[in-house]
Design a protein around this ligand. Structure first.
Ligand code: C2O
Ligand code: CU
Length: 462
């Protein structure tokens, strides 16, 4: 446990000002209604953007529970496509994981589905559509899920849900390029408009001397965000929902991959302004502003305490070793791959929208066929992943967190728990996990076009 003395804060915790609260049905279920809405993505520059949203807002309501509590959510599908909800990063009951074709049938338009699960670990998680997610997430079907109980002594909490939209000049979602094979075989759907809580450059309020926790979410389809906090000293206290034993200093750019979260604690020292930047290759864009109010004089001290979830460490000596080779994509030279039991040439694959393969299989994302591996519950697994493509990929495992053991054979001691593992082009990464959650779990690239284009497989814990 880590302790540190901060200056006193005045009031109780404040929820993020820009995110809506959940709506409850009479039976206590939180209702998330997926359907068409508008969002003020380009406020000031153009009208409202038609989106798909939960309860009419992007992001959807911030769901907050305490560690160990039961989450009850009724997904009502008022959209025109079948959909589902995945609870990203939660060690969840497999039947509630929200993967059509693997753990449930998709929820048809007009239907609903009740999700009930306990949230065993505190931290920063999110929910999003897991059906045609390359389209449904691009249109706005996502929201934050916060499980409280890992940090004490924080005065203010702000969730910053960062998205990267591809908009037309009129400020509409560029629909013509949804499903573009160019995106699928290259870096995925990169946008031209970055928002925080669906606002362009919103103003967020902090108070001098008051510790605040900033939860950053990258919900973009494919954009790797190079973020920098300017004018505000911050410490990184957790990643992907797992707080550290001790905070790590944050300086310069923090790289947040699609699907990842980063939790920061800031204690502004004096009144003033600060800003959050997203760096491009050439320049940096300001994506949010902070206004720091002056402190009340004579505030007493308070402590901030981190309480990690204490996930079981993998037993490396007794682990099952699994190799996974990723191939394909533009300039990848993939000649053929297996798909639903048949070997297909590149042209036939592309006709089916498949451009990536894992261990020679494309389109495992449809979850048919054999799992990548099957292990008895409690067994540790070492997964050696070779990215034999020119492209970066953020590999996401459902229902589990992993530690990186090495990159290109260089050990990475003390690597944090992750549920999305960054892999650069041509990089080899070895990860380890304890397969302690029974069921069928996806392992896929969280660049959503890559997943749809074949970069997904699954494993089974029995
Ligand atoms: Cu956040 Cu399978 O995804
Ligand atoms: Cu990828």
């Amino acid at each position: 446990m880590y302790r540190r003395t901060f200056l006193q804060l005045g009031a109780a915790a404040l929820a993020a000002p820009l995110l809506p609260r959940p709506v409850f049905a009479d039976d206590g279920f939180i209702v998330l209604r997926a359907g068409p809405a508008t969002a003020p993505l380009m406020a000031g520059e153009a009208g409202s953007t038609p989106v798909w949203a939960f309860n009419g807002s992007v992001p959807g309501p911030e769901i907050r529970v305490k560690r160990g509590e039961t989450v009850r959510v009724r997904l009502v599908n008022d959209s025109e496509q079948p959909t589902s909800l995945h609870w990203h990063g939660i060690r969840i009951d497999n039947s509630m994981d929200g993967v059509p074709g693997l753990t449930q049938a998709p929820v048809e338009p007009g239907d609903s589905f009740d999700y009930v699960f306990t949230a065993p670990d505190a931290g920063t998680y999110w929910y999003h559509s897991h059906n045609r997610s390359w389209e449904q997430v691009a249109r706005g079907l996502y929201g934050p899920l916060v499980v409280e109980g890992d940090v004490a002594g924080i005065g203010r909490e702000l969730s910053l849900v960062i998205d990267d939209w591809r908009l037309t000049a009129e400020g509409a979602i560029d629909e013509a390029s949804l499903g573009s094979m160019m995106d699928w075989s290259h870096a995925g759907r990169l946008g031209n408009w970055v928002t925080v809580n669906s606002r362009s450059d919103p103003l967020l309020r902090l108070k001098a001397g008051e510790p605040a926790r900033l939860r950053l979410f990258n919900v973009a389809n494919a954009r790797i965000l190079d973020l920098e906090l300017e004018g505000l000293a911050a410490e990184l206290v957790g990643l992907d929902g797992q707080v550290f034993v001790e905070p790590r200093p944050l300086s310069g750019i923090h790289r947040l991959w699609p699907g990842q979260r980063a939790d920061l604690v800031v204690v502004p020292q004096q009144a003033g302004t600060a800003r959050l930047l997203a760096h491009n290759r050439e320049d940096a864009v300001q994506i949010a502003r902070f206004d720091v109010e002056a402190a009340a004089a004579g505030s007493p001290a308070v402590e901030t305490v981190l309480r990690p979830n204490g996930l079981a460490e993998p037993d490396l000596d007794d682990a099952l070793a699994v190799d996974l080779i990723m191939e394909g994509g533009a300039m990848g030279g993939l000649a053929s791959a297996r798909h639903q039991g048949e070997r297909l040439g590149m042209r036939e694959l592309v006709e089916k929208g498949l451009v990536w393969a894992m261990n020679g299989h494309a389109g495992h994302a449809d979850h048919r066929g054999e799992p990548l591996f099957s292990v008895p519950r409690g067994r540790s697994v070492r997964l050696n992943i070779g990215n034999d493509t020119r492209w970066p990929h953020g590999m996401h495992l459902h229902g589990h967190h992993v530690r990186v053991l090495s990159r290109n054979d260089v050990p990475e001691p003390d690597s944090p728990w992750r549920d999305v593992v960054a892999m650069e082009g041509q990089e080899q990464v070895e990860i380890a996990l304890v397969a302690d959650n029974p069921g069928k779990w996806l392992l896929h690239c969280h660049m959503l076009e890559h997943h749809a284009g074949g970069m997904g497989t699954w494993f089974e814990v029995t």
